[in-house]
Write a protein that binds this ligand. Sequence first.
Ligand code: GUN
Length: 283
Amino acid sequence: MYKIIDGKALAAKMRAELKAEVEAFTAETGKEVGLAVVLAGNDPASQVYVRNKIRACGETGIRSHAFYLPADVTQSQIEELVASLAANEDIHGILVQLPLPKGLDAERVLGLIPYEKDVDGFSAENIGNLAMNRKTLVACTPFGVMKMLESESIPLKGKNAVVLGRSNIVGKPMAMLLTNADATVTLCHSKTENLREICARADILVAAIGRAKFVTADMVKEGATVIDVGMNRDENGKLCGDVDYENVKEKAAYITPVPGGVGPMTITMLMHNAFIAAKRSVE
Ligand code: GUN
């Protein structure tokens, strides 16, 4: 029998706890936790993500500062905005929603975010700290996955963990977090040989490749924990993950659904990171 790790429920619980902590911080310091959210252009998916992030700020007592820029914003305009947010003491975290419209250099924009305000955990400084197992701002999606594993006390020490996908945002930091938690980690990608066999040995399998229902039951070990980071549309346009959920669930001990799995946790960890950044700013 498999158990669903309910990301929506865990996220709601964590947001309620965070709200109390944020209120206590404000009572103690007289400061609000401030998160700036920058959205350039009108990508529909980005608009939904940003709306959800702003709503989560409201739920957790964090002051959101939203900046909507037109798709034809110039490089220097967006850089000017981010530089001003970097210098603003009321802003503890800066999130620039990706992807930026064509023609803009995202790396240069993100490079203007001081690592102390890098609530996405994308900066070289924060990734380097993570690699060295130092306290740092951790990328929200893999951080949320760790919280989900923790919530069910799933053992990681000495276990085989397989991560599918080597993105800077999910796969690589996920592999580092699992390594720091003493798992034996294999990071797989599009060039990996014997991928199916490697997956079938995983005690913990994290799929983050963006291919609908890629992970099939034959790739999953009996009793494995399967975490689905994917957010795709199936042939009928229905939201689905990277895992063939209906078939894989019969073999898994734990599995995360899409939607209602990792997604709500990602945004919750963004709020968590904004709070950490605010606390550090007064230390
Ligand atoms: N676009 C898709 N996912 C993310 C994310 O986690 N952070 C930002 N900034 N943009 C994204």
